[in-house]
Design a binder for this molecule. Structure first.
Ligand SMILES: Cc1cc2nc3c(=O)[nH]c(=O)nc-3n(C[C@H](O)[C@H](O)[C@H](O)COP(=O)(O)OP(=O)(O)OC[C@H]3O[C@@H](n4cnc5c(N)ncnc54)[C@H](O)[C@@H]3O)c2cc1C
Length: 393
């Protein structure tokens, strides 16, 4: 008997979500084409927190083998005021704690996970192709058109493909901007042990977070050790050059407790990455839409960008990938694939709604009275939610 033709998938966007999905679909027998707008695969030189849900997703996708070598465990930092006083004491060691990885290390691991079975095209800005009475979803860059059983829109918060599934949704500014940097180990300030631990400090709409990625040799094979920090302030991104932005940050955080000023002083303009916090409004009602016998699904920020207050979007993207690959594992085009996409949608909408609720609560500034108690509860619940995800059976 002739073998059934391979099922085909097009993944648009080679961010964390797209890379994870493309590699895992290829490893489970799909013929995958990955389309990326940039001329080469790359990510920003920042660090990412990986919460237990995201780590489990990487495990089930078979991508966790090298994680121990590139990740550092981050104990809870509690929450402080700029003068160093505790608003919330660090939680006990038994509470869920995230890992910290350099985004380039995670990116490299995901690219390695593509193997040689993914047809990779860079410099391709994909958009929806006019489907007419087509029996499968299709995308185009204006020159070529690609058609497949499964189209995965992993093209980020400004997704060009989202209109096929959630046309009313757009990415909007959440009212704050974050600056991040990794100070490489060779020029990181040497901090006394009592200042070397992770920090989260906030006042009004300003927040500073730092954690160590570790020394080159102590983070295994990674050459990307150092000290990571992220500073958040209200308002839109700054148009000035990075050196001026860094000066502004140094002014904003003057007088904040050690080692915040020391870290900002040791940072060079080229280390700094500015990103606006954005979220999807209204949240997509659907994450999947059938087209003929095929289906288009939203994955990662394309389906649920949330303003980052805990740092979880990349974890959600890999959870999406693990859920999708599990749902479509034995599906064939037609009803079976539509049912698999509905399963994916049900699971991921519920998860994204839950995380969005927590992100909103963490971002909201309550009345000062009771801030400690309220913040502590919100943070504990958000961390528990980040940790709660388990892969589908
Ligand atoms: C300040 C900040 C801090 C964060 N910290 C954390 C953290 O600690 N932990 C965590 O889990 N998450 C964190 N996140 C969230 C995380 O960075 C994102 O949620 C995650 O990167 C989303 O991945 P993605 O693959 O869905 O999208 P993206 O990373 O946006 O990737 C989309 C890809 O699609 C490509 N693309 C776009 N349009 C097209 C097109 N038309 N055709 C082809 N390709 C296209 C882009 O070039 C890009 O490569 C943070 C986010 C911010 C803003």
């Amino acid at each position: 008997m002739a073998a059934a033709p391979a099922r085909t998938a097009i993944v648009v966007g080679a961010g964390i979500g797209g890379l994870a999905a493309a590699g895992a679909l290829a490893r489970t027998g799909w013929r995958v084409t990955l389309l990326e707008r940039a001329d080469r695969l790359r990510t920003a030189p920042i660090a990412l927190l990986l919460w237990p849900g995201g780590v489990r997703a990487l495990q089930v996708l078979g991508l966790s083998a090298g994680l121990a070598a590139i990740a550092t465990e981050v104990p809870d930092a509690g929450l402080r005021r700029p003068d160093g006083q505790w608003l919330v004491q660090p939680r006990a060691a038994s509470s869920p704690t995230p890992l910290l990885v350099h985004a380039e290390d995670l990116h490299d691991a995901l690219v390695a996970g593509l193997g040689d079975r993914v047809d990779m095209r860079t410099g391709v800005s994909a958009r929806l192709a006019r489907t007419g009475d087509s029996t499968l979803p299709a995308v185009t860059d204006g020159h070529s058109t690609w058609e497949a059983d499964l189209v995965v829109a992993a093209d980020g918060a400004d997704s060009a493909l989202r209109a096929a599934v959630a046309p009313a949704t757009a990415a909007v500014a959440a009212g704050a901007t974050t600056w991040q940097a990794v100070i490489p180990w060779y020029r990181a300030p040497e901090l006394p042990p009592d200042l070397a631990g992770p920090v989260v400090t906030q006042a009004g709409g300003y927040r500073f977070r730092t954690a160590a990625l570790g020394e080159r040799s102590s983070s295994g094979t990674s050459g990307r050790g150092g000290i990571y920090w992220a500073a958040t302030g209200p308002g839109a991104p700054r148009p000035e050059p990075a050196a001026t932005q860094l000066e502004l940050l140094r002014r904003w955080f003057t007088g904040w407790h050690p080692p915040i000023e020391t870290l900002l002083a040791a940072t060079e303009p080229d280390d700094v990455v500015q990103r606006e916090l954005r979220e999807l409004r209204p949240p997509p009602e659907r994450l999947a839409a059938p087209v003929g016998d095929g289906v288009t699904v939203l994955l990662g920020d394309a389906g649920h960008a949330v303003a980052e207050h805990l740092g979880q979007g990349a974890c959600l993207a890999v959870e999406d990938a693990a859920t999708l690959v599990s749902a479509v594992h034995s599906a064939t085009p037609g009803r079976s694939l539509h049912a698999a996409a509905a399963t994916y949608q049900r699971a991921r909408r519920a998860r994204a709604d839950e995380v969005r609720r927590h992100a909103r609560r963490l971002g909201a500034t309550g009345p000062l009275a009771g801030l400690n108690r309220v913040q502590a509860r919100r943070r504990e619940r958000a961390a528990a939610t980040a940790a709660a995800w388990h892969p589908p059976a």
